[in-house]
Design a protein around this ligand. Sequence first.
Ligand SMILES: [Zn+2]
Length: 501
Amino acid sequence: MAVLSGPRHLDGSLGAAAGSDQPGSGEPADLVIANGRLVLPTGVVEASVAVRAGRIERIQPAGSNLPARRLLDARGRHVMPGLIDSHVHFRTPGLTHKEDWRHGSRAAVAGGVTTVIDMPNTVPPLFDPARAAAKAALIEGSSLVDFRFHLGVDPQRPDLLDTVTPREAVSAKVFMAGHHTAPHVVRDAAQLERIFRIAARSGLRLVLHAEDDRVFALLDRWRPGPSSYADYEPMRPRSGGIVAAATVIDLVERAGTATHVLHVSSAEEADLYAAAAASGLPITFEVTGHHLSFSDHDMLRLGSRIRLSPAIRQPADRERLWTAVFSGQAGTLGSDHAPHLQAEKCRPPAEAPPGLPGIQELASAVFTGMRRRRPDQPVDEQVALLARLGATAPADLFGLGGRKGRIEVGGDADFVIFDSRATWSLGASRVQSKCGWSAYEGWLFTGRADLTIRAGEVVHDAATGEFGAPSGRWLAAEPMAGPVPVPAGGGRPPDRVGVRR
Ligand SMILES: [Zn+2]
């Protein structure tokens, strides 16, 4: 890979690396990314960043002479912190015919993501915290991205949550409704309350699939299953999410559990969770790329490709979720990358499993939606918003804030060099997920991850299509480097790995 072997401009031309013979410059850095529009916590500035031993060593104004062994000229591009996708299903172990870590992490870096947090609904599920290290060992050597895990909650043994150490997990996933790969549903109200109380005591953040399974069971007994794609949304209607929101808000009020609600799909849920957060409850919520990109109108064209759980809803819901993104009500962006084989998706409507691949498309799909909706908003502001919701916020929520999610001295040297002007489309041959298809095939995207860098090494180069070494690490608790982040606008301090609240 040319970019790994020496100094090079992003356009492919060789750049003149500043030598170590400059007076007073000291040892050359391992890597300098020069003259990009750096997306810093304080704003977007034209600057250069120097990397040593996988960490950010210095940030200097553009044009500074920073001696480097490798120089990347990012002129005209944005340099964002590497994105953190806190909602992926890489299907390891047990479901690797759909996706595996090698393909999933390729899709991640192709989309500018350098860290993922994987979901526990595998076969077997990750219920037992003691098994986290074994899962990490399975992945080691095949991951282009750094990773953590959300622990699963065994409805039969919620007390396991009491034994979790921050090394094993900082968060636990609860399914309040089930689907094909999530059979472990907590339906019992007393059991759910117990889980909220144990999590609050253990300092674990709960991440929720918050739809009420009893609502769906009631409706399922009353009417036949879906016989066409158009039935998907009405089969899993918004009432499931709204009823669950009432339960969740009540439990958080009583137990005080830090709670992150995944893949909010309707306008009503967005209103309820935003209002709950504004009232001071420790509730945040995630918006996915697909709920921002599609509506039920797309169902007739895309069929089971956008059969999702929660379902894709109406255009007005999609636009309400966009308001949550632009206004800062949304806590994080996630892909909910959950691939299935085409053959599985082609089953009759009732049996086609919900889920789609989405990590490769996430940043570009969201940026495209921003540009379309607010073409007059400055590009810098929109890239900064993408960085905040796609990197900084998930880092802070899930205990990675001391080393990831921001470009700051001492932090991990994870970056995505993003071309906000690039337009491109995704064909099936460029899909990196093992499943080999995308619901976004044929879309014209605005904005592309040109180069993805993890720990100072290029892990994907869009120009050549080449990938780096699969040396991603399990981000188990270790001493944090860098300054302690302070959340914008006050509020609860962010969780830190190794620190119990
Ligand atoms: Zn999911």
